[in-house]
Design a protein around this ligand. Structure first.
Ligand code: ADP
Ligand code: MG
Length: 349
């Protein structure tokens, strides 16, 4: 996939030359960054704030497929999925480190694209790249991003602090990233069978972008602050709504009722899921990779949030003994399961 771009072997630069080349255009923009790339460790100063740290590891063939993932998008996404964890604590992210393992199949031009994506994400979200590590890899590409953020202690939102009666809210819409992936996988298989057929993703931009280019919901954290709402618990939706609400309920020792008709699903997600013969609700529950925020709020915050077009109220927190349930559009009660793909699908009319 890199043939027609010119090919510079990484060995030509050496490890230090490569790091210099990749990072020279990253500027430091946060005053909390005292020292970025170039010494044995970065130096940061957060004064009286609490520090939040989160790491993700992405492996080629496990977390991404380069057959349909442009490296620029991959760099962008690697940063987003990591920032999402900081926002899910109700914090702001300020720095990242990026570590990469490179196999010899990657020319410099490919890694430049990866860093372009990283750079765009950093600029857009106000993040400084302050370090990392670089190694060769025997098999495929490895990327690990660590993000560093801050919050006032009183603002931090954990998973284990939801209260009975709280409203359950989710930002944006769900299921799109999963159905976008189905579409990309289908086009990849068609291409592998017949390389003359060009991928047909016409008009499917939204769901393809949901998969390839997710956006961490920094904007939601800012809106909540403006609305003077502190969620009683929060998590980001990386593994699907079902799995995430179960984490909140289990860790908070509570139950929940979610209402199928309230789950936000974009019309393109809905229609494409139907074309694939997949229940759109199942995509939202079990699809994952949407990187939306799932949170609970006090009932008294309802008035503040009810007209926000970016936030849907999808249920409420109950006592633990009531269990975690999805109330279907036809008012049937289904226990929510983390891996409920088959069982839930089989139950639904
Ligand atoms: P050390 O041998 O002390 O680990 P390195 O030579 O690996 O140092 O790194 C030199 C500097 O470049 C350090 O500041 C390090 O954080 C940074 N760095 C190394 N690899 C990367 C990378 N892939 N992306 C960003 N910064 C990097
Ligand atoms: Mg190193």
């Amino acid at each position: 996939m890199f043939e027609n771009k010119g090919r510079t072997e990484i060995e030509q630069l050496g490890e230090f030359g490569l790091i210099d080349h990749l990072t020279k255009n990253f500027a430091i923009s946060n005053k909390s960054t005292i020292k970025g790339i170039g010494d044995d460790a970065a130096v940061l100063n957060f004064e009286d704030k609490k520090t939040l740290i989160s790491t993700d590891l992405l492996l080629e063939g496990i977390h991404f497929d380069l057959a349909y993932t442009p490296l620029k998008h991959l760099g962008y996404k690697a940063v987003q999925v990591n920032l999402s964890d900081i926002y899910a604590m109700n914090g702001m992210a300020h720095q990242i480190t990026v570590s990469i393992g490179l196999s010899s199949k990657f020319p410099l031009e490919a890694i430049e694209e990866l860093y372009q994506g990283i750079s765009i994400a950093c600029e857009k979200y106000g993040i400084d790249l302050v370090g990392g590590d670089t190694s060769s890899s025997k098999q495929g590409l490895v990327i690990s991003v660590t993000s560093i953020g801050t919050a006032d202690e009183k603002d931090i939102c954990y998973r284990n602090t939801a209260n009975e009666g709280d409203l359950i809210c989710v930002s944006g819409d769900l299921g799109g990233a999963y159905i976008g992936l189905q579409l990309l996988e289908r086009e990849k298989n068609i291409f592998l069978e017949n390389p003359n057929i060009q991928p047909d993703l016409e008009g499917k931009d939204y769901i393809v972008e949901r998969q390839l280019k997710p956006e961490a919901r920094k904007d939601i954290i800012e809106s909540l602050k403006l609305m003077k709402i502190k969620p009683s618990s929060m998590i980001d939706v990386s593994d699907g709504l079902a799995s995430e609400i179960l984490h909140i309920c289990k860790q908070s020792n509570k139950g929940c009722n979610l209402y199928e008709e309230k789950i936000p699903i974009d019309p393109m997600t809905y229609d494409t899921a139907r074309d694939f013969g997949i229940d759109p609700t199942v995509c939202a529950l079990n699809g994952g990779e949407d990187y939306e925020l799932l949170f609970t709020i006090k009932q008294s915050d309802f008035e503040k949030i009810k007209n926000n077009p970016d936030i849907s109220i999808i249920g409420h927190v109950t006592e633990a003994s009531a269990g975690c349930n999805l109330i279907s559009k036809s008012q049937k009660v289904h226990p929510i399961q983390a891996q409920g793909w088959n069982s839930l699908k089989g139950n639904q009319e």
